[in-house]
Write a protein that binds this ligand. Structure first.
Ligand code: NAD
Length: 476
């Protein structure tokens, strides 16, 4: 049980301005595993004031100093990696082994990457007789979701701090405990007071107060598309910059000349990672009609190997979903798939055997899915794969792009030039060719309603920078 009774504001742990608290439930037992303060708009005011007061001096710190502090933060997170993995497995339900490498490991990598990127970043350049400067945008409000909670926080906080911005963070109310661990690390590393501020609370109250606040210069938001639209609307009143990383419905396009068993195995694994609670999950598997039945057979075989169970026990490949609400949502989608005539070939809406408590859902595969069906269009955020047959390459590209989203995707072919040709035509922010692995330095973000702005690597840093031109006199 982790109980945090204070917010982290202006370099100190202080009580929230109201006595309310939010319970954090374990994904697998549904029991209370922690508690955090329920912040208020007044707490947001206090955080923004602290961040605003500190901004000028933080923006003026040397690159060396910021590099040193970012390295300190990376080391501090690494020291607490075990505790972070255990905490997030409790909050989110990802099997512990995966949590160690992804939920705890990735934030260390990303934090450290910004120390490296910052060291060599060109903050100034000449354009003719102008000196072009890249300056920090100001006070940044970061609003984050629960599925990869610390990664999503660090993917904003690290580049924001590297750029010279100060931060007000509101983590997800479902998985906030890891954010408090980060605040403890910030405190221990000795970031100047006010550079990083943590206000926990609900999206409707604390999140909206951040989006609306005139003292905040930029919002970096990751979450669902509806909440992202709301944040953009509220933020528009003060015309603040907004970066949005939203939902997805990504497609794996398996061309006929691909290594089918390998492609299907990777597709199922992408779809089921973190029990399907991954914004980049390849949830639509597009296969040639002539290979459909074989792909279905292979997918069922792979999906069967995703044993469901206790994420702490070491055997399970598929833990519970984050909450009972999410579990019910996903089960409703499965029922809808059946109602609309998709062919259920594995899984279903019933609880897995012996797992009636916790967010457990059966690994589920639908075959012969048509692009207009709900399960082919909407983000389910559960372990539910839709296998969609296509006629030819043109048809595959058309189906892949027939979505309001555009976050990720994959193309599989034994002919690299062909795979690249298809990948170039996909309207999506990332495409993995033949299962190539995640690159933490490559720009990450959406086309269409998956949002705007890019995270990670150099592009992620640029998101937090304004550009200023100084016109120099002839002799300069
Ligand atoms: P969510 O949209 O419900 O919440 C995300 C965050 O926004 C939370 O901190 C929440 O409290 C806050 N929030 C909610 N309503 C708000 C409002 N009106 N004003 C301000 N803040 C508000 O999303 P979630 O359920 O926590 O996360 C799942 C969603 O996130 C999925 O749709 C997933 O695809 C998406 N996601 C996207 C990416 C990406 O990078 N594109 C990454 C991870 C998750």
């Amino acid at each position: 049980m982790r109980i945090f009774e204070r917010l982290y504001l202006n370099g100190e742990w202080v009580p929230a301005s109201s006595p309310g608290s939010i319970e954090v439930l374990s994904a697998s037992t549904e029991q209370v595993m922690g508690r955090i303060p329920e912040g208020t708009p007044h707490d947001v005011d206090r955080a923004v004031q602290a961040a605003g007061n500190r901004f000028e001096s933080w923006a003026a710190t040397s690159i060396e100093e910021r590099v040193r502090l970012l390295r300190g933060l990376a080391a501090g997170l690494k020291d607490r990696a075990d505790e972070i993995a255990m905490t997030i497995t409790g909050e989110v339900g990802m099997p512990l082994g995966l949590s160690r490498s992804i939920q705890a490991g990735l934030p260390v990598t990303i934090m450290a990457s910004y120390a490296e990127i910052l060291s060599g970043f060109p903050f100034e350049e000449r354009v003719g007789h102008s000196l072009v400067l890249r300056e920090p945008r100001g006070v940044v409000g970061c609003i984050t979701p629960w599925n990869y909670p610390l990664h999503q926080i660090v993917a904003k906080v690290a580049p924001a701090l590297a750029a010279g911005c100060t931060v007000v963070l509101k983590p997800s109310a479902e998985a906030p405990l890891n954010a408090f661990i980060l605040a403890e690390v910030v405190d221990q590393v000795g970031l100047p007071a006010g550079v990083f501020n943590l206000v926990s609370g609900t999206g409707a109250v604390v999140g909206e107060a951040i989006a609306a606040h005139p003292g905040i210069d930029m919002i970096s938001f990751t979450g669902s598309t509806p909440a992202g639209k709301r944040v953009a609307e509220v933020a528009a009143r003060t015309l603040k910059r907004v970066a949005l990383e939203l939902g997805g419905k990504s497609a794996d396009v398996i061309l006929e000349d691909a290594d089918l068993p390998r492609a299907v195995k990777a597709g199922v694994s992408s779809c089921f990672l973190n029990s399907g609670q991954t914004c980049t999950a390849h949830t639509r598997l597009l296969v040639s009609r002539s290979q459909h039945d074989e792909a279905v057979r292979l997918a069922v075989e792979v999906a069967r190997s995703f044993t469901v169970g206790d994420p702490f026990a070491g055997q399970a490949k598929l833990g519970p979903l984050v909450s009972a609400a999410q579990r019910e949502r996903v089960r409703d989608y499965i029922k809808k798939g059946i109602q609309e005539g998709a062919e259920l070939v594995l899984g279903g809406a019933e609880a897995p055997d012996g797992l009636s408590t916790g967010g457990y859902v059966r690994p589920t595969v639908f075959a012969n899915v048509r692009p207009e069906m709900t399960i082919a269009r909407e983000e389910i955020f559960g372990p539910v794969l839709a296998i969609i047959p296509y006629q030819d390459e043109e048809d595959a590209i058309r189906i892949a792009n027939r979505t309001i989203y555009g976050l990720a995707g994959g193309v599989w072919s034994s002919d690299l030039a062909r795979a690249l040709r298809v990948a170039r035509r996909l309207r999506t922010g990332q495409v993995d060719i033949n299962g190539a692995r995640f690159n933490p330095l490559a720009p990450f973000g959406g086309y269409k309603q998956s949002g705007y702005g890019r995270e990670l690597g150099r592009f992620g840093l640029e998101e937090f920078l304004e550009v200023k031109s100084l016109q120099l006199p002839g002799d300069a």
